[in-house]
Design a binder for this molecule. Structure first.
Ligand SMILES: [Cu+2]
Length: 156
């Protein structure tokens, strides 16, 4: 996270959270990032999960490399997998998106894990999330906090 500390510092003094009506879609280079959401967290929780969908509209493979947000100490890419009959999550360094393909971050699959949350996530709040892709570079999105059991639903 070291490289992004400067950015996080710049964000200090600006409200970390805002309230927005609905989650948005983002078009960035050849990517479409659909409706980032996070699940609300109970008081005292130090981690949270973020879900969204990325469509790669280009003829080149793309890769999600990194994410960061000022509201958490770090963001990890996680994958749910069954180990010895138990569903567990594990950190993975990056994930590829095939040409014309789709990456879905959702419960029971890939997700972004917010680590060391600075405050609980409350329904209706939004917060910035920077996503870095291998080809397209870094894009700033806003994540909307939904109920604890929320799953992404495509708004298309
Ligand atoms: Cu996780």
């Amino acid at each position: 996270m070291r490289a992004l500390q400067g950015w996080a510092t710049v964000a200090v003094g600006v409200a970390l959270f805002a309230t927005a009506a609905t989650a948005e879609d983002y078009r960035f280079d050849s990517l479409r990032i659909d409706r980032p959401i996070a699940r609300a967290t109970p008081p005292g929780a130090k981690t949270g999960a973020v879900y969204f969908t990325v469509d790669n509209g280009s003829n080149n493979a793309e890769r999600l490399l990194h994410a960061s947000t000022p509201i958490a100490g770090g963001v990890a890419l996680h994958q749910m997998a069954i180990e010895n009959g138990v569903m567990k999550m594990r950190a993975i360094p990056s994930v590829e998106i095939n040409p014309g393909g789709r990456l879905e971050l959702k419960p029971d699959g890939y997700h972004l894990m917010l680590i060391d949350l600075k405050q609980p996530l409350k329904v209706g709040e939004t917060f910035p999330l920077m996503l870095t892709f291998q080809r397209a570079g870094t894009v700033r999105t806003m994540v909307t906090v939904e109920e604890m059991g929320a799953s992404p639903t495509r708004s298309r």
